[in-house]
Design a protein around this ligand. Structure first.
Ligand SMILES: Nc1nc2c(ncn2[C@@H]2O[C@H](COP(=O)(O)OP(=O)(O)OP(=O)(O)O)[C@@H](O)[C@H]2O)c(=O)[nH]1
Ligand SMILES: [Mg+2]
Length: 280
């Protein structure tokens, strides 16, 4: 695909472009150059985490805007953000009154990035499982590699790890990712993680009318669409730490719904491969 946007020429970070090392430095507003960056954080009942995560994102990427997409959380997550960051234009909250679902919430933030003419859209969870100090190296790699359409914070490449999950959760995640790699033919190891830095020009190319997932499976579905468009995907190792505060929203019902969506997606990938072979 590679619909690249402007890349500032001088970046102060020392990076290994294979992503094996990080500088640990933060990208200041000046370092972002002309790049306009939106960080999306989707929330449902994250009152215990949201202020900390927004503050850590701000300190990691001071030049970025932050959008919290909250599904009218009964615990008052949205109000807490509004009150705590009321003096900052760079922190916005969008409350979806009658919608639920991580996938559709992420898409809302994606569309905000497209409509706002941002260059990069970064997504991460609100529960501090994703460490905001990883953001500068993910964004740095995106900015310095115009050919890369999405940088994926990956638990499953060398250097990546998961802390705090029981073996059942690890097994389930491994199986889901193995399925996605094999059956959805995705050329990455971590297909289900949400911590990603997308080039907005590449997101614009996606035909959103094709997307069916409202929940967690949107993460795999976006990669399937990217792959269909021959997008370039790159993985950077991250450490994922199990949440300490608040409760998981990944219910068994949502897990089965997402697996069902992935099976549907795998059929459409199979049909596409057959058609390609037939007309080759
Ligand atoms: N807006 C919105 N956000 C959601 C919804 N479901 C989950 N989220 C958010 O998506 C992120 C990931 O959800 P988690 O519950 O942490 O799911 P998980 O990381 O797979 O599971 P655990 O870490 O074990 O809890 C968190 O920031 C949630 O608040 C939803 O329906 N709407
Ligand atoms: Mg989580």
């Amino acid at each position: 695909m590679n619909a690249s946007s402007s890349a500032p020429s001088s970046m102060p970070l020392e990076r290994d472009l294979n992503g094996q090392e990080e500088s640990g430095e933060n990208l200041s507003a000046a370092d972002l150059g002309s790049a306009k960056v939106l960080v999306g954080v989707c929330t449902f009942n994250e009152v215990a985490n949201i202020v900390t995560v927004v503050e850590r994102i701000r300190s990691a990427l001071p030049g970025a805007d932050i959008l919290v997409v909250d599904d009218n959380s009964p615990d008052g997550t949205a109000n807490v953000v509004r009150q705590r960051f009321s003096n900052l234009n760079s922190v916005q909250v969008e409350v979806r009154e009658n919608e639920r679902g991580l996938g559709s919430a992420i898409l809302r933030a994606v569309n905000h990035a497209i409509e706002g003419d941002y260059d990069f859209f970064i997504n991460l969870d609100a529960d501090l499982s994703h460490d905001p100090t990883d953001l500068p190296s993910m964004l740095g790699l995106s900015i310095s590699s115009p050919e890369v359409d999405v940088v994926i914070g990956s638990r499953y490449v060398s250097g990546g790890q998961i802390i705090g999950w029981p073996w059942q959760r690890r097994l389930m995640s491994r199986m889901v990712n193995r399925f996605a790699t094999l059956c959805l033919r995705l050329p990455v190891r971590d297909c289900s993680g949400s911590m990603r830095c997308y080039r907005v020009a590449a997101l614009k190319q996606i035909d959103q009318s094709r997307l069916r997932s409202e929940g967690y499976s949107l993460l795999e579905e976006l990669l399937v669409e990217f792959n269909r468009d021959n997008a370039v995907m790159k993985e950077l190792p991250i450490t994922f730490t199990d949440r300490e505060e608040g409760e998981s929203k990944l219910t068994m019902t949502e897990a089965f719904r997402s697996i069902g969506q992935m099976v549907r997606l795998s059929f459409s990938c199979l049909v596409k491969t057959r058609q390609t072979q037939k007309y080759r």
